[in-house]
Design a binder for this molecule. Structure first.
Ligand code: 13P
Length: 291
């Protein structure tokens, strides 16, 4: 039960009005911390890497470790490639054994975004068990190699969303609704909740077909998260918070134990901090006990 693709997991989440946390990892220690937290909370889980970590850690190494852990885990776990703008690399990563792929052609024209997304859907659907996420409109901020300035960000049009989903056959859909990658500059960022609600209703109103993805989780208040869940958000991406947690907890531990030379203890301190951060998200998203 433990190695799954995201689509079925997220259809259940949409129906149950909770969301699955999709946590970006940049190290194996972070990956273990995320998995420990989800197992402790009995929550379904999506682990994701953006392109760079899949290259510096090695996609085959990541897949081997993911599969070894996931096969015996008591919860379903997916391994997702986040924001990949390169069609050929998406295919390579799918072929190496990731269970979900996000092709991010959102900076291209509408027609080109459809063409590239469909190419990845066609490739992945030939491989059993791989689902594909596509994005329409653009999410501002920086995620790995994808940078979008605030004044370039464009929200997703509901009519185009329907056309995009129909023409690509995509499994998961990320509409740009004003959330952003990185740290929000204000406590109350301008998020178009109603837009998500409208798209979600148009796509999934009669029966849930294509679960909705919310990017830019870091820094969203519990009120915002609750509203986004109500509007149909089923996959919540969280990246920056886990990077800060890893670096700050590592720094704090070393600063407090300057005479110690035991790398394992540094890892344990960082892993504990990651676990606590992920617990917090699982509770916010309502996914505890849903595995
Ligand atoms: P944050 O870095 O803002 O948490 O966003 C994560 C994300 O959306 C990854 O795709």
């Amino acid at each position: 039960m433990s190695i799954v693709s995201a689509k079925e997991m997220l259809i259940e989440a949409t129906k149950g009005k909770y969301a699955v946390g999709a946590f970006n990892i940049t190290s194996l220690n972070q990956m273990e911390g995320v998995i420990e937290a989800a197992v402790e909370r009995k929550a379904p889980l999506i682990i994701q890497t953006s392109v760079k970590p899949s290259q510096f850690l090695g996609r085959d190494v990541l897949v081997a470790i993911y599969r070894t852990i996931a096969q015996s885990a008591p919860i379903p776990i997916c391994l997702h490639l986040d924001h990949c703008t390169d069609v050929d690399y998406c295919k390579k990563v799918a072929d190496s054994g990731y269970t979900n792929i996000m092709i991010d052609a959102s900076k291209q024209s509408f027609e080109e975004n459809i063409r590239q997304t469909k190419e990845i859907v066609d490739h992945c659907h030939k491989i059993v068990g791989i689902s594909v996420e596509g994005e329409l409109g653009t999410v501002s901020g920086v995620e790995d190699q994808v940078k979008v300035a605030e004044n370039e960000a464009a929200l997703c049009s509901p009519d185009q969303a329907i056309e995009f989903i129909e023409k690509t056959g995509v499994d998961l859909f990320a509409p740009a609704i004003g959330t952003a990658h990185g740290v929000y500059k204000t406590k109350n960022p301008k998020v178009d909740f109603e837009r998500l609600g409208k798209i979600s209703k148009m796509v999934n109103g009669k029966s849930v077909k294509v679960p909705m993805v919310v990017h830019g989780g870091t820094g969203l208040s519990s009120e915002y998260v609750a509203k986004l869940l109500e509007m149909g958000g089923a996959k919540f991406n969280v990246s920056t918070e886990l990077k800060y947690t890893l670096i700050n907890s590592t720094y704090d531990y070393i600063a407090a134990h300057r005479e110690e030379y035991d790398p394992g203890k540094v890892d344990v301190a960082a892993r504990d901090a990651i676990r606590k951060a992920v617990w917090g998200w699982i509770d916010l998203l309502g996914s505890a006990g849903k595995a």
